[in-house]
Write a protein that binds this ligand. Structure first.
Ligand code: MGD
Ligand code: MGD
Ligand code: MO
Length: 811
């Protein structure tokens, strides 16, 4: 165990004039780009002698709380109650297990967010139409009165099932957002939601194969011979020193494993880690896997012992009895003895994936013979119209080669396993409402909720919804429009005020979603209030970061907790809601009641608030998923019906037996390729011949940090396009182009590059939607969700946001 000590306030004094001079220099120099320390000589801005009174600087700790799935430490240098500059972790000995939790470019710009001139300062009510962005300042009293009375009215008129707490991932601090659920659950609860925008397809598909979704820790690549990454771009998505990129890098340095990246784009991960990039047509990974399986089966490279001991459905012998001899097994399907009578040869797959047959053959042989081999996927391949099938299929490479449950191998899943000592959060009663929808289907629930059924729309806990969504609480999220599918459709649904009657939204900026709020509230950021976070995706080293408010509240900004306390007061529930505690009181309680019992060696609360950072190495070493099962499958069966890996899933077929699927939606009992609706082979491709795929961008976390000028300058929003596609359209690098489909148009600058496969274009997701919604609706902000669909994927009813067809032309 490692405990690192740092005094909470390392005070020092320096000359006020030089501090100001330094800031002036930092704003223009590169040092200022990512919030580095300002120079201390007073040359640039010329601090006068009269100005040289000594000022006190304090260093406060906090974390960058947005949702990149990495959690980084920040140290704020505060003078006169203002953040002057920001550094990151300086603790630890920089050896594995006690390394620094260094923030990326984004976290280091947080001062520009905290002090941004466009930050929301006062509570407001909407005065224009929804989406127009016209608001009027109101008092907190009026805001709270309106929220309490509208909430009460909607509960009385429609019941708690009409209330919805929107998916929103902008604040990751264990002690903040949970207060909303606490209040809502005290008032009868709300319509539930299942599946996230992140991983709904894979998290719901893998249980049919493995009984759960689990992966080896990424530091375990230290034991691998070969690492194959399917659409896993951790060098951009988890790029800080606190997360997987660090652990991968350390592991790979130890093992020297060969790395192959399969992605439509030559990503930063491919550039940094890969020995080989396999460019693949989006949505077709499962066909690549099918053909690898064909090579492994026909060349007898599969692990027969593993398949017969740990799996069912591989061949006839392990099929459910009633299906034996029907050609329904995996081997039958792959070798062409199944119903479609098509052997899944490398040539067959080459036509689908655009990966040459010889490359597929070589890949199959390499995966089968390198022992152990780690197969990982990111969440990109599953955030698609056929994501459930793709996610299961990629895992087959690990299953066929017996790489599951061993060091240096992996399950093929994402969710790079990590060590986590104890989870904590704001205590809330269970949601009394048992009905839930898939997160992505909320626009349908606003638009025509009462028509949504279990068998067509994935309603759970009831055959159908009894009432549409009438009220939305949105705390720290941009999924009302910007991050949801099909913004123009969401605009239509939300602007009809007879549908959703009341929207209350907290943010720090006038985001695109905020324009749809009825009451819009200016929040304090996590670091402007007592805060705590625990590590995620941090390999073998778990940690907590804790801090007190770095500055006092500015303008009329208030914490979520204080606002909800006043709402609870209006509802006559103040005592029950607060239990007499303030923000710091809750932080202490959460830490002492939830974190400490799970980890008795952790510092006490007072010590934690003094040292701010606590790191702990996993005592068991590298995490290996399903190790118990591998070691003793009888004693430790998987949570599938058979207790084994179910290559053929009768459970999946039983679940969907009475479902009504939309045209083009396919669910297969085997983990094999199914074409996706709006994929390359869709008839719509005649009109819109280019596939458009999104990706999570290093310049933003979704839309968060999307308005920070220095980040925008360093990471311009561009459309990636292959030179062949550009030439065909007389487009050259740097042109402004229009990307269009039936749902909308984005105007964006094009980057012509061989780093993307021909036939596919790509843009980073999360850019700020910028369109005249009462005019031409052309989005000049480059937000991909102007072009994405709100039609959910077949099984998880989840966001297929990487699956789109478009055409591109010069603007
Ligand atoms: N900088 C940054 N980091 C982030 C985030 C962010 O917005 N910005 N978001 C965070 C969150 S909440 C999440 S859920 C994760 C998301 O992490 P992921 O979902 O893994 O990220 P994506 O960039 O969507 O997808 C990863 C890669 O998949 C590729 N891809 C797309 N379609 C296909 C396909 O059909 N086949 C293959 N083989 N590859 C494909 C993309 O080109 C991309 O390079 O990232 C987290 N980290
Ligand atoms: N096309 C496409 N769309 C996608 C994706 C994709 O890959 N492609 N990815 C999806 C995924 S995986 C996810 S997780 C979602 C993420 O979608 P969201 O959860 O909406 O994430 P953000 O866009 O980061 O929005 C967070 C919001 O919180 C605000 N915020 C930050 N700090 C604070 C604070 O302290 N207080 C308050 N009140 N607000 C704060 C930010 O300003 C921002 O508006 O997007 C999804 N959308
Ligand atoms: Mo996500």
């Amino acid at each position: 165990m490692t405990i690192t000590k740092e005094h909470s306030l390392s005070r020092r004094t320096f000359m006020k004039g030089s501090a100001l001079a330094g800031l002036g220099a930092a704003a223009v120099g590169t040092a200022g780009l990512f919030g580095c320390a300002p120079a201390t000589d007073s040359g640039a801005a010329g601090g006068g002698l009269a100005d040289t009174a000594a000022v006190e600087e304090k260093v406060c700790w906090g974390h960058c709380s947005v949702n990149c799935e990495t959690r980084c430490a920040l140290r704020f240098h505060v003078v006169d109650d203002e953040v002057k500059w920001v550094e990151t972790d300086n603790t630890g000995n920089d050896e594995y297990g006690d390394h620094q939790l260094r923030a990326c470019q984004r976290g280091r710009t947080i001062r520009r967010w905290l002090n941004h001139p466009d930050r929301l300062n006062v509570p407001m009510k909407r005065v224009g139409k929804r989406g127009e962005g016209k608001f009027e300042e109101i008092s907190w009293d009026e805001a709270i009165e309106t929220i309490a009375s509208e909430y009460r009215r909607i509960l009385d008129a429609y019941g708690p099932e009409s209330v919805y707490v929107q998916y929103a991932s902008g604040v990751n601090a264990g002690n903040i957002g949970g207060f909303l659920n606490r209040l809502v659950n005290m008032n009868g609860g709300c319509l539930g939601r299942y599946g996230s925008y992140s991983s709904a397809q894979i998290s719901q598909a893998l249980p049919f194969l493995y009984g759960g979704r689990a992966a080896n820790g990424n530091s375990d690549v230290a034991n691998s011979k070969l690492v194959v990454l399917f659409g896993d771009n951790s060098c951009e998505t988890k790029m800080s020193g606190a997360g997987p990129t660090y652990h991968y890098m350390q592991g790979l340095e130890k093992s020297g494993a060969k790395v192959i990246v399969v992605d439509p784009r030559y990503t930063d991960t491919a550039a940094v880690h890969a020995d080989q990039w396999i460019a693949i047509r989006p949505g077709t990974d499962a066909a690549l896997v099918d053909a690898c399986a064909y090579v492994m089966i026909t060349e007898d490279l599969v692990d027969h012992d593993f398949l017969s001991t740990y799996c069912i459905g591989y061949d006839d012998a392990t099929m459910p009895e009633e299906l034996r001899g029907t050609g329904a097994s995996y081997v039958d399907y792959i070798t062409g003895k199944g119903a479609d009578a098509t052997p899944k040869t490398p040539e067959w797959a080459a036509a689908i994936t655009l990966v040459p047959a010889a490359t597929i053959e070589a890949l199959a042989r390499e995966i089968a013979t390198a022992k152990p081999c780690a197969i990982y996927q990111g969440k990109g391949p599953q955030r698609r119209g056929n994501g459930e099938q793709t996610a299961r299929a990629i895992c087959m490479l690990a299953v066929l080669t017996g790489n599951v449950g061993i060091n240096g191998g992996n399950t093929g899943s994402d969710l790079d396993g990590y060590y986590m000592p104890a989870w904590f959060g704001v205590p809330a009663e269970d949601n009394p409402v048992e009905v839930s929808i898939a997160s992505f289907t909320w626009t349908d629930a606003v638009d025509h909720g009462e028509q949504m059924t279990a068998t067509r729309d994935g309603v759970r806990g009831a055959d159908k919804l009894s009432v549409p969504i009438k009220m939305i609480w949105n705390y720290a999220g941009n999924c009302m429009t910007n991050q949801h599918g099909d913004i123009n459709h969401a605009h239509e649904v939300l602007s009809d005020e007879s549908k959703c009657e009341f929207i209350v939204l907290w943010d720090t900026f006038m985001t695109d979603s905020a324009k749809y709020a009825d009451i819009l509230l200016p929040d304090l950021m996590a670091v402007e209030q007592p805060n705590i976070i625990q590590s995620e995706y941090a390999g073998n080293m778990a940690y907590y970061i804790a801090g007190d408010a770095i500055t006092s509240p500015k303008f009329e900004r208030r914490t979520l907790y204080s606002v909800l306390t006043d709402v609870a007061d209006k509802l006559g529930q103040k005592e029950a809601f607060t239990e007499g505690l303030d923000e710091m009181g809750w932080l202490r309680r959460i830490y002492e009641e939830q974190a400490l019992p799970g980890d008795p060696g952790a510092p006490t609360f007072d010590e934690m608030m003094e040292q701010h950072i606590y790191k702990k190495q996993c005592p068991e070493g590298e995490h290996v998923a399903f190790k118990d099962f591998r070691d003793d499958p009888e004693a430790n069966p998987l949570e599938t019906p058979s207790g084994k890996i179910e290559i053929y899933s009768q459970a999946l077929m039983d679940t969907v037996a009475d479902w009504e699927l939309a045209e083009g939606d396919l669910i297969h009992p085997l983990p094999v390729y199914c074409p996706e609706a709006e994929g390359y082979a869709d008839p719509l491709a005649e009109k819109y011949p280019l596939q458009l795929t999104g990706f999570h961008f290093k310049g933003r976390t979704h839309s968060s940090y999307g308005c920070i000028e220095v980040l925008k300058a360093a990471n311009p929003q561009e459309l990636w396009m292959n030179p062949l596609d550009a030439e065909e359209r007389s487009i050259v690098d740097g042109d402004t182009v229009r990307v269009t489909n039936d749902r909308g148009t984005v105007e964006i600058v094009v980057k012509v590059t061989p780093r993307i496969i021909p036939g596919t274009v790509a843009m980073g997701q999360g850019a700020w939607h910028d369109a005249d919604m009462s005019g031409d609706k052309v989005d000049r902000g480059g937000c991909i969700n102007t072009l994405t669909s709100h039609r959910p994927s077949p099984y998880a009813k989840a966001n297929p946001q990487h699956t789109n067809l478009v055409e591109v032309a010069r603007a």
